[in-house]
Design a protein around this ligand. Structure first.
Ligand code: SAH
Ligand code: SF4
Ligand code: F3S
Length: 470
């Protein structure tokens, strides 16, 4: 029998009570109750939503793909202003849905709810919202729903921070063959532009044995690939009672039989160890892909960003990674228009992109986040200037990734098949170890399998290929 910790046990008993409530509602209405979760933001949020859905399905809700559901949850992001704005658009829609279905329950959770001024605004201007909770107490969903059912009023429960990690609650996976796995929560880095440390709290690592147990369970259910998740995976394990390095954790995970691929995100350049590079180089399962956010190529801006590395040390690190792990794909995140960024600073960023030849990059226009040190820095860059730099950056990234793509043609490699191709019948789409997509002829039965594919053609950000036998 599975042994749960006390908090999980408590939550399972709330789930039992809510099961009865859902059943009674269904009998009264003469139809099943539906739920929907809309997720904004990063893979942490995607993972949290799988946990939230796990609880909702356990208590009897059925998932539906529209926001016209009996229970709608918005798992919010606040990393940039536009993530914020999106939520308010959706709230306008569900307000109308609730007018037609007054018993509808609308819940808000995630990073945006950790900001006091947001919660104030919602209390005042969106009184039809039933439930507000944050990032630290998502495990309480069943308990909060019970409180909502008992009181009938708006329930608001936000924690400022936590040192708690609740294991063993249900989760419903989006994909049968791959899955995100949290290895740590929170962030202690306080990059000067970033709100994440304020809304996700201090760094906490899960124990290696809990992580391994979760992955072993996933593999038994058919998962072939895991994505280890943390805001800075390099600092994994430092604060555990028995410290374990990220590289050591990877070595333990490598030994799990039946697991085919290991990915991780995000490592921070300031403390990416030689040990990690060596473990990756000798591993059969860790994918040939390193997402290593550079943010800017200017050492002056990097200092203002509080990133703790320079242009030169980043370039040296990227060089070392490519030399020790041949064929590895490098991708990155870049912010354009950080306060005080001059034309010269921006040129340094272009120079890094050309030198490292990233396979792809997530590019962001700097967004001012209230409460972060960068928000009060002088010399915020004019939007017009930022816009021009942004499109110049995209051009340079396109050029450098094209060069890399050509090197792949003619190679035979393993592909994990993910889905039917949405544009063309009789084709499927999968991912190479280096994370690049390949389209090739095949049917649905291949989904979730690793197959050998010969790369035949390069199409910008993806490849075409042919399955090879044997
Ligand atoms: N922990 C990860 C990424 C977290 S957020 C890391 O350290 O790399 C994902 C990306 O959003 C960041 O890498 C950064 O490029 C971008 N980002 C964060 N705050 C931002 C802001 N205020 N404006 C624009 N982009 C931002
Ligand atoms: Fe934000 Fe920096 Fe932490 Fe990443 S490492 S989440 S960019 S503060
Ligand atoms: Fe992720 Fe957005 Fe929160 S990027 S950690 S969901 S602020």
């Amino acid at each position: 029998m599975q042994i749960y910790n006390n908090e999980a046990q408590k939550q399972y008993s709330y789930m039992e009570e809510m099961k009865e409530w859902v059943k009674a509602q269904e009998e009264r209405l003469g139809r099943p109750l539906t739920c929907h979760i809309t997720t904004f933001g990063c893979q942490m949020n995607e993972k949290d939503s799988e946990k939230l859905l796990g609880v909702l399905e356990t208590i009897g809700y059925r998932q539906t793909d529209t926001e016209y559901a009996d229970l709608v949850l918005f798992n919010t992001c606040t990393v940039r202003e536009n993530a914020n704005t999106k939520l308010y658009g959706h709230l306008g829609h569900v307000k109308k849905a609730k007018e037609q279905n007054p018993e509808m329950i609308i819940g808000l959770c995630g990073c945006m709810m950790q900001e006091e001024q947001v919660v104030e605004k919602i209390r005042k201007s969106y009184p039809f919202v039933d439930l507000i909770f944050g990032t630290h107490n998502i495990f309480k969903l069943a308990e909060l729903l019970k409180a909502r059912a008992d009181s009938g009023g708006m329930i608001v429960d936000i924690w400022k921070d936590t040192d708690q990690i609740v294991e063993d609650l249900p989760s419903d996976r989006k994909f049968s063959f791959k899955c995100g796995v949290n290895i740590m929560f929170g962030c202690n880095n306080f990059c000067s532009y970033c709100i994440v440390p304020y809304v996700r709290g201090r760094e906490r690592s899960r124990k290696p044995e809990d992580i391994i147990r979760e992955i072993e369970g996933l593999v038994q259910e058919g998962v072939r690939e895991v994505m280890l998740l943390g805001q800075n995976v390099n600092s994994y394990g430092k604060n555990l009672d028995e410290p374990v390095s990220f590289a050591q954790l990877l070595q333990k995970i490598e030994q799990i039989e039946g697991l085919a691929r290991i990915r991780f995100m995000t490592p921070h350049p300031k403390d990416l160890s030689d040990e990690l590079i060596e473990v990756m180089a000798s591993s059969k399962k860790i994918c040939r892909h390193m997402h290593l956010p550079v943010q800017s190529g200017s050492s002056r801006i990097l200092k203002k960003m509080n990133r703790h590395y320079t242009k030169e040390s980043y370039l040296a690190l990227a060089e070392k990674i490519k030399e020790k792990i041949p064929g590895i794909a490098m991708t990155t995140d870049i912010i354009v228009g950080f306060p005080g960024e001059t034309e010269e600073d921006f040129e340094e960023t272009l120079d890094v992109v050309r030198k490292v030849k990233f396979d792809s990059a997530y590019t962001f226009v700097y967004s001012k986040r209230t409460g972060t040190p960068a928000a009060s820095m002088e010399d915020q860059v004019e939007p017009e200037v930022v816009k021009k730099r942004f499109s110049r950056l995209l051009e340079v990234i396109k050029e450098s990734s094209k060069d890399n793509r050509k090197d792949g043609i003619g190679k035979e490699e393993e592909v994990l098949v993910e889905e039917k191709n949405t544009h063309e019948d009789g084709m499927v789409t999968g991912r190479l170890s280096n994370n690049i997509l390949v389209h090739f002829k095949g049917d649905e039965s291949l989904i979730g399998q690793l197959v050998r594919v010969k790369i035949t053609e390069e199409k910008g950000f993806y490849y075409m290929g042919e399955q090879v036998n044997g």
